[in-house]
Design a protein around this ligand. Structure first.
Ligand code: DAH
Length: 353
């Protein structure tokens, strides 16, 4: 016998469309209760068939409509649930757009330019070649062929007797050829040497200064560099020492050291320092250098200096490994780089936003 009550109860209790599906199968499926019961009707007498058949069909109609009704309610519920769970929360912050940073070397180049521009140096030579000839890189700088000073710099030679310039000093020669004397210029650019460790990369950057006029002395050199160091390292006083050295293109030649302390890996520059730190090379331009570009050394004299921009950057901003400067690792850059919107362009003074 069909238990109509129970079937209806089950339909009411169903909470998912698949439960309704199961009920449908168990009642109206090929072997469902009602299907079987209807099949049995055929075996009854004609009289019984009529009443029983009518009764069962009525039950069937009722159950089918209950099932349909419940099914559509549950389907709607399930769709709503799915929509709820698939919902995109448009109030969430969208991923921040990738943000660029000013590379520390770019920052320092601009700082250097600003400081030396204040002292009246003119920036030259953005177009001077990285592939240099022997004359400008060595010979004219008082390093003749076979001179042992050539081995001070591990040079990359290229075909045709040229080389990748090992120093920006080559621009001293190019600039004096270009515009003669008096001259007061700086240049900044790439130089190359066959080196590779935490403080050396095969390509790095130098800044070079040259000031030649009729009465330029070593006192001017000292004043220029001390002012530079104070501005660059943002200190009121910076004890320095000139340590006698050798560069072929200057006489006398010196390396300049500054007073500093290094504590827990942190560098502090200034008068309370307890040790000397080498910072740059400099000297009075060698008469042979002036002669090589047709300038009379009895009439003109001057000073020159050169330093590594990476070294200055590492010292000022506490960067431990120089090689990272050139790995274009955005994590490194977002740590050591400068927020473009905070730092105005040092040259134009304009915001970079
Ligand atoms: N060119 C030198 C170097 O690469 C640095 C240097 C030293 C430049 C003394 C100068 C100078 O102009 O006067 O090691």
């Amino acid at each position: 016998m069909i238990d109509k009550k129970e079937i209806i109860e089950n339909i009411k209790k169903a909470t998912t469309t698949s439960e309704i599906e199961n009920i449908t199968i168990s009642v109206l499926g090929k072997n469902g209760q009602l299907t079987l019961a209807l099949r049995e009707v055929g075996k009854l007498s004609e009289e019984e068939r009529k009443t029983k058949g009518a009764e069962l069909n009525k039950i069937k109609t009722e159950i089918v409509s209950l099932i349909e009704e419940k099914k559509s309610i549950l389907e709607l519920e399930e769709i709503n649930k799915k929509l709820e769970s698939d919902k995109i929360d448009i109030t969430l912050n969208k991923e921040k757009p990738f943000k660029g940073y000013i590379h520390p070397l770019t920052q320092v180049k601009e700082e250097l330019l600003q400081i030396f521009a204040t002292q009246g140096f003119r920036l030259v030579s953005a177009n001077d070649p990285d592939i240099e000839d022997d004359f400008h890189n060595f010979t004219a700088l008082n390093v003749p062929e076979y001179h042992p000073a050539r081995s001070m710099q591990d040079t990359f030679f290229v075909e045709g007797g040229n080389l990748l310039r090992t120093q920006t000093s080559s621009v001293q020669i190019r600039e004096m050829e270009r515009s003669g004397v008096p001259v007061k210029v700086i240049t900044m650019g790439r130089v190359y040497r066959s080196d590779w460790d935490a403080t050396h990369t095969p390509m790095f950057h130098q800044i070079e200064g040259l000031y030649v006029d009729k009465n330029v002395t070593m006192a001017h050199l000292k004043g220029c560099l001390v002012d530079f160091l104070k501005s660059f390292f943002e200190v009121d006083e910076v004890p320095i020492q000139f340590r006698p050295s050798y560069f072929p293109f200057t006489e006398p030649s010196a390396e300049m050291d500054i007073r500093c302390t290094i504590q827990n890996g942190e560098l502090k520059i200034g008068k309370d320092g307890n040790r000397w730190l080498e910072i740059l090379g400099c000297g009075m331009v060698h008469p042979n250098v002036l002669k090589s570009v047709g300038i009379n050394p009895d009439e003109y004299q001057g000073f020159a200096f050169g330093m590594g921009i990476e070294r200055l950057t590492m010292l000022k901003y506490g960067i431990p490994d120089m090689r990272k400067c050139f790995e274009t690792d955005t994590r490194w850059l977002s740590h050591y780089g400068f927020d473009a919107s905070d730092v105005p362009n040092m040259i134009t003074g304009l915001s970079r936003k």
